[in-house]
Design a protein around this ligand. Structure first.
Ligand code: UDP
Ligand code: MG
Length: 312
């Protein structure tokens, strides 16, 4: 029997990457020339204003493996990845940055792991070359904190370079939430998760497209979408302030009556009373937060579970 070769889709979201795209394409072609799998390129134009899209159109004309989507404006990296994944047809889908920070030569490692049976394979950055100290520090701190406060097992130091099996792609595509943090969702869906290490190269050409503000928004989005800890924090903090201020007030009354010290008991009581009210308000906001969290979860409408396999 002559089985059809499997197809691996490579989804490439890009914003003004005209210098990097041809090199990425060449290097990826070379990788797949040496492999039994077929490749399907899916270039997603996220509102580019340079010649990137024209290059993609020209390439698509001479290479039938090249497909493209052009979004009507800049919707952001995460939306562009989502669009690409929804239209990819391969048995596995690799998402990769266009700026060559993720070397396409790592794709065979991802595929090898997939062939071992892993349905989500994260590429983990062993080192980050060419990134500035502060960004590295923030990324390091973010992943550590994020991992601590999320309810789902998350991998640290993975970007949006990963391979997803068809099952995983379909699962993620079925999620309807708007604020999409793909790294989180790729972990959240479960299935068999694996990872490979790679060295993150410096950007090939052009400017970083993620501004500091966008990175911060992504980080906040990640926390708000995957963790209820900040809300719980208000709840507990408020509660503890209430308890602490009551204990403080009682202690100072006892001290006052025992020693008969001429201290300003009225002022002290007032101070603790103010603190108590503040704590009570925080506590109440925390309660509202707990309900809000549930409303938020209902609205996100993630499935309650996903099935990996069944025998009926
Ligand atoms: N990108 C995009 N839309 C955006 C911002 C970025 O499609 O609004 C693409 C960009 O072209 C690149 C990838 O997302 O292929 C990662 O962006 P960048 O290299 O600027 O971010 P970093 O490497 O710092 O995470
Ligand atoms: Mg980059």
């Amino acid at each position: 029997m002559n089985a059809e070769p499997t197809t691996v889709s490579v989804v490439i979201p890009y914003l003004n990457e005209e210098e990097a795209l041809p090199v990425l394409y060449e290097r990826t072609c070379k990788v797949f020339d040496a492999r039994p799998e077929d490749v399907e390129f899916l270039f997603v134009d996220d509102g580019s204003r340079d010649g990137s899209f024209e290059w993609v159109c020209r390439t698509a004309e001479r290479d039938p493996r090249v497909k493209y989507l052009k979004l009507s404006r800049n919707f952001g990296h995460q939306a562009a990845i989502t669009a690409g994944m929804r239209h990819a047809t391969g048995a596995a889908v690799v998402t990769i940055d266009a700026d060559l920070q993720d070397p396409p030569e790592t794709i065979p490692d991802l595929i090898a792991k997939w062939k071992e049976g892993f349905e989500v394979v994260h590429a983990i950055r062993a080192t980050r070359r060419g990134e500035k100290g502060l960004k590295k520090f923030f990324a390091f701190a973010f992943y550590r904190i994020f991992k601590k406060i999320t309810e789902v097992e998350m991998v640290s130091d993975s970007g949006d370079f990963r391979l997803l099996d068809r099952k995983a792609v379909d699962a993620i595509s079925s999620l309807r939430e708007h604020h999409r943090y793909m790294r989180g969702l790729a972990s959240w869906i479960g299935f068999k998760q694996g990872s490979v290490l790679y060295t993150r190269d410096p950007r090939y050409a052009g400017e970083v497209k993620y501004t500091f503000k966008q990175s911060l928004t992504l980080a906040l989005n990640a926390i708000a979408s995957f963790s209820g800890t900040p809300l719980r924090l208000i709840f507990y903090l408020g509660g503890w302030i209430c308890v602490g201020s009551m204990v403080g007030a009682i202690a100072s009354w006892i001290y006052h009556f025992r020693t008969g010290q001429p201290q300003h008991i009225g002022t002290v009581t007032l101070a603790f009373a103010t603190l108590f009210i503040t704590g009570l308000q925080m506590f109440c906001i925390g309660i509202i937060g707990q309900y809000l969290r549930r409303v938020f979860d209902e609205i996100k409408d993630r499935p309650l579970y996903l099935v990996q396999s069944q025998n009926f």
